[in-house]
Ligand binder design. Structure first.
Ligand code: FMN
Length: 210
């Protein structure tokens, strides 16, 4: 075989690995029966899969069903007593990046997401996060998005400047439960995913440089 042909094939494999090695967890925040979060989360998952940069997994806090934080030791110790915490820790540890899909509850993000964040510490650190917000009101969950973004910093999880607000969520949900967004939402998502790729690459270097 021609040695140059062989070399370029190796390069292709290297490049493929380089761009498909990131793992993103898409986390939906709400837990009530009939929640819209997973509908939006599923659509985001499809967009990530189309982008082809990340291995993606949708984590629905309603299914994960964490109790209120009940570990005795501070999460910085990583001395987890309960199986639900060990499993949650393992899932979040796997991630290189996150996309939080959050509803707005009382001008903030839901307590179920705050609880899920509080369980862990190191697992969130030095990883970027895109935030998608939605609400029944006109503001697209921006107050939830802003509060979440500032809280993430205390966990050393870095929220991107680019985010996706989805106002009047019900207009985008069909009778058979599909989420069908408009051009504005699609455009904001594309922009956010592009930035997430860039930040993931940079943050991975920071995380590994101890
Ligand atoms: C407890 C609660 C608080 C809410 N607070 C707000 C709010 O502050 N602003 C808003 O626009 N909508 C608010 N809503 C409406 C939600 O945006 C809407 O119901 C959305 O679908 C909730 O997400 P979920 O379906 O995933 O639970 C609230 C809903 C609930 C259940």
């Amino acid at each position: 075989m021609n040695q140059w042909f062989h070399f370029s094939k190796l390069q292709l494999v290297y490049r493929y690995n380089q761009f498909s090695m990131y793992n993103v967890k898409i986390i939906t925040s709400t837990v009530r029966p009939g929640r819209k979060g997973p509908l939006v989360g599923k659509w985001i998952l499809e967009q990530v899969q189309k982008q082809g940069i990340f291995t993606a997994e949708l984590l629905d806090l309603g299914e994960i069903d964490l109790p209120l934080m009940n570990e005795a030791a501070h999460p910085r110790m990583k001395q987890y007593e309960h199986e639900h915490t060990k499993q949650w820790s393992a899932k979040i540890e796997e991630a290189d990046a996150f996309i939080f899909v959050t509803a707005e509850y009382d001008y903030s993000y839901p307590a179920s997401l705050k609880n899920a964040l509080e369980y862990l510490l190191h697992e969130w650190a030095y990883k970027p996060a895109g935030v998608v917000g939605y609400s029944i009101g006109a503001f697209g969950g921006v107050r939830a998005i802003q509060t979440l973004k500032s809280d993430l910093l205390s966990l050393k999880c870095v929220a991107l400047g680019e985010f996706v607000p989805i106002p009047n969520i019900n207009q985008f949900v069909t009778d058979d439960g599909a989420f069908l967004p408009n051009e504005q939402i699609i455009g904001a998502t594309t922009l956010m995913l592009g930035q997430l790729q860039r930040w993931t690459k940079g943050m991975k270097a920071i995380k590994e440089d101890k």
